[in-house]
Design a binder for this molecule. Structure first.
Ligand SMILES: Cc1ncc(COP(=O)(O)O)c(C=O)c1O
Length: 384
């Protein structure tokens, strides 16, 4: 490797921004072992515990026997399966759209949407806290990229007002992945109508968690949002991404979205397991209730212990630390008490905005939550 690359890595270390993969033993997503000690995890996005749900596992086993491990080729090349078709029909129905299309991951879905619908001469207007996959998709598209400060919709409107792009694409997450707060979709729908923009909403962290029926943070506005993106890798518990939209948009993606066309399809086993997960989300509403009880218990417990948190609007509860070195110390302090929450640092969040990002699951027990609160209290005492 070149010296310049080595220097970059050592700079990361100096600035407390170095990352490493930690192998956890015997992990079930909630409990694991780390260096011989039992630990509890509050860092996954499997919000309903569906990756291990007996019905989902059974559906996957059956599909594995039927279809094998992989898809074999891209769907336009080798033909699609009934597993993909059934899943897309279900997603379209839950998202209140005419059609849906699945991708190999949520990251690919975002690249796929933006590179298909935006190009040179267009303007993409996005919230500052949008996920890296949206930023990367926007950059790849070669459209002009304009960023407005987080949820400052008056600034967003000023950009829309001045924009001379051929097509205006308004881009947001519904639930912001590192802050856990919600976009104001009502206001964004108003703006998209006023300025005739295409509204694209990434609902990766809303599906299964938010909405009267758990169909996502977009549930109330699904008809007015042009393109809804989601993933199969968070509350749905597997892997994959999707786009739900009316027929002409999906037809366009099938023909122009390179991350759909030029890569091997999502394995049918993951389509079948995702289909079963969606059925669990629809029928086992107690899971969503349990998730929200857990979110509230943690929010109340941490607030009583003196930690300042934002409103609990999703399953993501960040405890802001600020300085990167202090965030790593906080991670270590909490890990010593048997609770694993990696420090989120730049470039995932801005420099000086490091945090411990707690994510909550319906699978966490009362004992797990007690362990989390105890670990934070002991960290809080050290800091006082
Ligand atoms: C808001 C958001 N969009 C998209 C993605 C990408 O989804 P996936 O993990 O399925 O590739 C993520 C995942 O971290 C995300 O948080």
């Amino acid at each position: 490797m070149k010296q310049a690359n080595r220097d970059e890595l050592s700079d990361l270390k100096k600035n407390n921004l170095y990352r490493q993969i930690r192998v956890l033993k015997n992990s079930d997503g909630i409990h694991a072992e780390w260096r011989g000690e039992k630990i509890t995890l509050f860092c996954g996005n499997d919000y309903l515990g569906l990756s291990r749900h007996p019905r989902v596992i059974r559906a996957a086993e059956q599909a594995l026997k039927k279809y094998g491990v992989g898809a074999g080729a891209a769907r336009l090349v080798s033909g699609s399966t009934t597993a993909h078709e059934a899943l897309e029909k279900k997603i379209a129905r839950l998202k209140n759209k005419e059609r849906a299309l699945v991708f190999g991951s949520g990251y690919l879905a975002n690249l796929g949407i933006l590179t298909a619908f935006a190009r040179e001469g267009d303007t993409i207007i996005m919230d500052k806290l949008c996920h890296a996959s949206l930023v990367d998709g926007a950059r790849l598209s070669q459209a002009e990229l304009r960023v407005f400060p987080h949820k400052k919709y008056e600034k967003c409107e000023a950009i829309l007002h001045k924009s001379v792009g051929r097509r205006k694409i308004l881009l947001t997450e519904s639930v912001f992945s590192m802050d856990g707060d919600l976009a104001d979709l009502k206001e964004l729908v108003r703006l998209k109508k006023k300025y005739k923009a295409l509204l694209v909403v990434d609902d990766a962290h809303g599906m299964g968690v938010i909405g009267k029926h758990g169909h996502g943070a977009t549930e109330k506005f699904s008809k007015e949002i042009d393109i809804i993106m989601g993933t199969l890798s968070k509350s749905i518990g597997g892997l994959g991404g999707f786009v739900a939209a009316d027929d002409p948009y999906v037809d366009y993606l099938v023909n122009f979205s390179r991350p759909f066309i030029f890569t091997t399809a999502l394995p049918p086993v993951l389509s079948a397991s995702a289909l079963e997960s969606l059925s669990v989300i629809e029928k086992e509403t107690a899971l969503r209730k349990k998730l929200w009880d857990n979110i509230r218990s943690i929010h109340v417990g941490l607030s009583e212990a003196g930690f300042v948190l934002g409103k609990p609007e999703s399953a993501i509860l960040p405890v802001m630390i600020g300085n990167e070195k202090r965030a790593l110390e906080a991670f270590q302090s909490i890990l010593k008490e048997g609770v694993f929450i990696p420090a989120i640092r730049h470039p995932t969040v801005a420099k000086g905005k490091a945090r411990l990002r707690i994510t909550v699951s319906a699978s966490h027990t009362e004992a797990d939550i007690r362990a989390l609160l105890k670990a934070f209290k002991s960290y809080g005492k050290k800091e006082a």
